[in-house]
Design a protein around this ligand. Structure first.
Ligand code: BES
Ligand code: MN
Ligand code: ZN
Length: 500
């Protein structure tokens, strides 16, 4: 794993293989960003000219390498684009992305120094987090460990004033970044290796390492408890379901948050089998559970003064002679009955059980995270998750928090008229399908049925952003992205601060 540190050394004097600077797009051409002063001096003030000659424009995503002139200890200068030049500082997301581009470009390098704009602690944190996320590589199955080694060491250069804050900022970035990379590893692990049982075992081991309380309900305990949703979805698989509870408590906590994650370790669709072309990436269907687990561990590592309970609803959705049939009726945890009309609408079934169970402990807020519907991807695209809630303020808060943390989201409604379609089963309380139009909202309305009376709940549908299939960009690699982790962590931070 890439080591991260902060230094108040000057950019010119730090010994490293590469020195990273930021450049932006100004009205009259390329503009070196704060942090690049020493490099510009070493180029005798001609840095912009040199980079322009090499074709640089300062656009976001751009990375241009130049051999260092005399006067710099690093052999190489890497200029990364920050987009439009800004008078009043660059946005944190631009810094994260630029640092991510630098880390990806420098894979194979031993040590790199990041001389990007880093005046404030927030900026230092953004540069550090982007660097750590951009260094991510998943090498488990490749003979050569997935090509070049990730950059070995990243040093964030920060000004001398506020160096204590800078150190704390880097520590925060390391906690969040490492946990995001843990979530990415879980998502990227092949579904023949990650099943409900092995996921639960990983959660137990990591929970023990970090001093968290982890409880696992296996198929026997689930049967005894009457968890019909988890058992119905997991019934077709040779790998039985699990419900994992991960608890972080703080002695000074004044609030308790429950995070519930969809953990379908593989979604074949079940008897309502998905056609080829729709199942190749369905190992990502546990990304909600991965995000929840990572967020709870991060909350612990950050020592937040709030209680956070994670619920991982783990099952493998497979077709077989023991699988749930379209037409079957499941008795869910808590007693409601559901007619399963389509076994591919399985996420809402495992979540329903977990939401009811989470509600029994009377948390202040429940937030579930799920790769729930293709309809949400249709609505919002591949990079934005939908936020639904039975509480307008919570929905707006989560949307705002996501943006601050660098995650794209959008508030979505839960229109009452869409409920009707799910209540027309002639034999059960509900069916797991409703109107086709607005399918992402229908799924949200289904979950709402399982939220305890008076409880505050939100639902994040991350089906779009959870798994990235295009070319890497910024700090986002191909595969698992750790979508929603930062939003959950920031929400826990904000709750801790508000109640302090
Ligand atoms: N896991 C899928 C949703 C999904 C789609 C996740 C694309 C990631 C990318 C979910 O279980 C599913 O199959 N949903 C169905 C629901 C339908 C049958 C009501 C869908 O969206 O088509
Ligand atoms: Mn499905
Ligand atoms: Zn699914």
């Amino acid at each position: 794993m890439t080591a991260l540190s902060v230094s108040t050394s000057s950019a010119a004097s730090l010994r490293a293989d590469a020195l990273v600077i930021g450049v932006a797009k100004g009205p009259k051409g390329i503009v070196p960003a704060p942090g690049a002063e020493a490099v510009n001096e070493a180029f005798e003030g001609k840095l912009a000219e040199v980079l322009t000659t090499l074709g640089a424009t300062g656009a976001e995503g751009e990375a241009v390498k130049v051999p260092s002139p005399a006067g710099l200890k690093a052999a190489l200068v890497l200029a990364v684009g920050l987009g439009e030049a800004a008078e009043d500082g660059y946005g944190l997301e631009a810094l994260r992305r630029a640092a991510g581009v630098a880390a990806r470009t420098l894979a194979g390098t031993k040590k790199a120094a990041l001389a990007l704009p880093a005046e404030s602690a927030d900026e230092v944190e953004a540069v550090a987090l982007g660097g750590l996320l951009g260094s991510y590589a998943f090498g488990t199955y490749k003979a050569d460990g997935n090509g070049k080694e990730p950059v070995g060491e990243l040093v964030v250069l920060a000004p001398r004033k506020g160096s204590k804050d800078a150190k704390a900022a880097v520590e925060r970035a390391v906690a969040v970044g490492e946990e995001m990379n843990r979530a990415r590893d879980l998502v990227n692990t092949a579904p023949n290796d990650l099943n409900p049982k092995s996921f639960a075992a990983i959660a137990q081991a990591a929970g023990k390492e970090h001093g968290l309380k982890v409880e696992v309900l296996d198929e026997k305990a689930l049967t005894k408890g009457g968890f019909g949703g988890l058992l119905g979805v997991g019934g077709g698989s040779a790998n039985p379901p699990r419900l994992v509870k991960v608890a972080y408590t703080h002695p000074k906590a004044k609030a308790t948050l429950a995070f519930v994650g969809k953990g379908i370790t593989y979604d074949s669709g079940g008897i309502s089998l998905k056609p080829a072309g729709h199942n190749e990436t369905m190992k990502c269907d546990m990304a909600g559970a991965a995000a929840v687990f990572a967020a709870v561990v991060a909350a612990k590592r950050l020592g937040l003064a709030v209680n956070v309970t994670g619920w991982l609803a783990l099952a493998e959705n497979m077709p077989s002679g023991t699988a749930t049939r379209p037409g079957d009726v499941l008795r869910m945890y808590g007693g409601k009955t559901v007619e399963v009309l389509n076994t591919d609408a399985e996420g809402r079934l495992v979540l329903a059980d977990a939401i009811v169970r989470a509600g029994e402990e009377n948390p202040d807020v429940i937030v579930d995270v799920a790769t729930l519907t293709g309809a949400m991807v249709m609505a919002l695209g591949n990079r934005t998750f939908g936020v639904m809630s039975n509480n307008d303020e919570l929905r707006e808060t989560l949307h705002a928090i996501a943006g601050e943390a660098g995650e794209q989201s959008w508030p979505m409604p839960l229109p009452a008229d869409l409920r009707k379609g799910m209540t027309e089963s002639t034999i059960a309380d509900l069916s797991n399908m409703g109107e086709r139009m607005g399918g992402g909202l229908v799924a949200g309305l289904f979950l709402k049925e399982f939220v305890a009376e008076g409880a505050t709940w939100a639902h994040l549908d991350i089906a779009g952003p959870a798994f990235h299939e295009g070319a890497p960009f910024g700090y986002t690699p191909k595969g698992g992205t750790a979508s929603a982790v930062r939003t959950l962590v920031r929400y826990a931070e904000q709750t801790a601060a508000a109640k302090a």
